[in-house]
Design a protein around this ligand. Structure first.
Ligand code: CA
Length: 229
């Protein structure tokens, strides 16, 4: 359920707004003072703010400005004077909408719904960024499971990719073949640790300029491998 905070010193108006919004299925809280309203707006999680301009304590201009410094939550500003709306716009406070008193409650509800819907679409469309590791010319996109070496994409098998990611995520740490085998193949007793050697060789062919002098995956003789940072 969407939660709306009304910051309004005229209690009758605040109650009217609350009633109509609750009838439309919103959860509504009221603050009649600018200072407490601002505190709650900053500290608590609301989905929308309905903010009166003239308030005791801190006024609506200041509250809107302070909210915008830390939140993108929609703000609908309410004012008693039409002139104030131009003033609010001119100040560029970041309010999403303005409404003048007196207004019809259904108009208010319609606007709140529209802004919430728009805001939810905005949040929903925020595609999560891919998890990427970049080390000296190598770019590993863990989310898309793709690897580029100096901007050229290289094909990796599943195990080659897992092994490269594991080593790159734990740079400067020497792993024995047994440890790598256990980590990537996850079968302690089955298989051959020589598989690790074969895979390291294949990875090197893709990422190293000179496989005889590896710059990324070093062989630590008698121990194992290390990804050099
Ligand atoms: Ca007022």
């Amino acid at each position: 359920m969407s939660k709306v905070l009304i910051i309004e010193d005229e209690e009758a108006i605040a109650e009217l707004e609350k009633d109509y919004l609750e009838l439309s299925g919103f959860e509504v809280e009221i603050e009649n003072n600018g200072e407490t309203g601002l505190n709650r707006a900053l500290k608590e999680d609301f989905d929308m703010f309905i903010l009166d301009l003239m308030l005791p304590g801190v006024d609506g201009f200041e509250i809107c400005k302070r909210i915008r410094e830390v939140k993108n939550t929609p703000v609908l500003m309410v004012s008693a004077k039409k002139d104030d709306i131009d003033k609010i716009r001119g100040l560029g406070l970041g309010a999403d909408d303005y409404i003048t008193k007196p207004f019809s409650p259904s108009e208010l509800v319609a606007r709140v719904k529209a802004h919430l819907a728009r805001y939810e679409r905005l949040i929903g469309s925020n595609v999560q960024e891919n998890d990427i590791i970049e080390i000296r010319g190598i770019k590993i996109d863990k989310t898309a499971r793709r690897v580029w070496v100096n901007d050229e994409e290289k094909p990796f098998t599943t195990k080659e990719f897992d092994l490269l990611v594991f080593l790159a995520q734990n740079p400067n740490h020497v792993f024995t073949k047994e440890e790598l085998f256990k980590e990537i193949w996850d079968m302690e007793s089955i298989g051959d640790i020589a598989t690790v050697t074969v895979h390291i060789k294949k990875i090197r062919e893709k990422i190293e300029m000179n496989t005889a002098k590896p710059q990324y995956i070093e062989t630590i003789w008698g121990v194992g491998y290390r990804f050099k940072l």
